[in-house]
Design a protein around this ligand. Structure first.
Ligand code: FA5
Length: 342
């Protein structure tokens, strides 16, 4: 065969191989098939690449250039075709994914469902209403407290064993151990006593923090409401009467309350406060007692002139009981199916 014929034959074979490669790219069924095809076409032993060795057989520079240019043009065409097809597959995949993952929001649009307060916020507001109805004023304190207000001023000096009952989260601020996330709302008692003058009839709701492991009745972040009364001639009977009036107003007439002897360093005597459900079961809600003279002094009040009582209970636990929620953690999972019930 003359060299001219050989060049013609090689050129034809290159064109055929190029066209069949382009056809294969066109009919690749998906991205994976296309990728495999790309690998195949790039192999040294692929049909198109094998023509490169044929070039060696040609003696004229002119012919070598012709075949070389033809091979380069074929390679460019093929790689452009792979790129275009890859783009098409990627776009298709994205639009399929959008279709698969899209949410039908027409139900929300047509129902116009409005949000509402969280079950614990509702309970707090109801508690505030009940106590305001009984003549109390509302006060608030910061969530970041001093060790002094949270413990010392409440008759718990540094070495006091009762401190260990509050698994405290301290902040890295100031002197080590001097600033913390309040473990109860009782430090607000100190703030109120210092800034108000007796007679004091105050409630103090808020968020508190303890290193407690979450379970059906415990959360590491929960809510308490504190009560403080300081006036002339306040006795334990006033405390018991207030607790009973509150129980009936908040839970209903079929509930009653009892006080059991207990211990808190900041009250003397102290009691645990339980409520009795209609089914006869007793549930512990919080602690209370007569404000310890040392605590009155910390607040700048003369215990010879004034006496008082204080109480503090868990708002989350009250909401749980009032709405018969089985597990306190459910209130904090943000599951709308749960929250919409209240
Ligand atoms: C106190 O925190 C006292 N400061 C209460 C007090 C105030 C006593 C004033 C006397 C005078 P105690 O640690 O028992 O007490 O907590 C009070 C209530 O908070 C508990 O009865 C419970 O209802 C609630 N509580 C405690 N720990 C948790 C928790 N991890 N998760 C949810 N609620 C809790």
């Amino acid at each position: 065969m003359s060299e001219q014929n050989t060049v013609g034959a090689i050129s034809q074979a290159i064109e055929t191989a190029r066209d069949s490669a382009l056809q294969a790219i066109k009919s690749a069924s998906d991205l994976d098939a296309l990728r495999a095809l790309g690998v195949e076409l790039n192999k040294k032993e692929s049909q198109l690449n094998s023509f490169k060795s044929d070039m060696g057989k040609l003696s004229s520079v002119e012919d070598k250039r012709t075949i070389g240019q033809l091979l380069n043009a074929a390679a460019t065409l093929i790689s452009t075709a792979i790129e275009t097809r890859t783009g098409e597959f990627t776009e298709l995949e994205i639009s399929n994914r959008i279709a698969r993952e899209s949410l039908d929001l027409t139900e929300l649009l047509t129902q116009r469902r409005r949000g509402h307060s969280h079950i614990v916020t509702q309970a707090t507001q109801r508690l505030e209403d009940v106590f305001v109805g009984l003549g109390f004023q509302i006060a608030e304190g910061p969530e970041v407290e001093t060790d002094f207000n949270n413990f010392e001023a409440l008759n718990m000096p540094k070495s006091h064993p009762a401190r260990s009952e509050f698994d405290t989260m301290f902040l890295e601020y100031g002197e080590p151990g001097s600033v913390l996330l309040r473990t109860h709302t009782s430090p607000v008692q100190i703030r109120v006593m210092k800034s108000w003058k007796p007679p004091i009839y105050a409630i103090m709701p808020g968020r508190v923090f303890r290193r407690d492991t979450p379970d059906a009745t415990h959360m590491p972040v929960f809510h308490q409401i504190e009560g403080l009364v300081v006036d002339r001639g306040i006795t334990f009977a006033h405390l018991a009467g207030t607790i009973e009036a509150f129980t009936k107003a908040f839970f209903g007439d079929d509930f009653s309350s009892r006080l059991r002897p207990s211990f808190f360093p900041f009250t003397e005597p102290s009691a645990e406060f339980d409520i009795r459900r209609a089914d006869g079961e007793w549930i512990e809600l919080g602690g209370c007692g007569m404000v310890h003279p040392n605590v009155l002094r910390s607040g700048g009040i003369d215990p010879e002139e004034f006496t008082g009582f204080a109480f503090g209970f868990g708002i989350d636990r009250m909401a749980k009981e009032r709405h018969k929620v089985g597990d306190i953690r459910e209130m904090y999972t943000n599951d709308l199916r749960f929250l919409r019930q209240f």
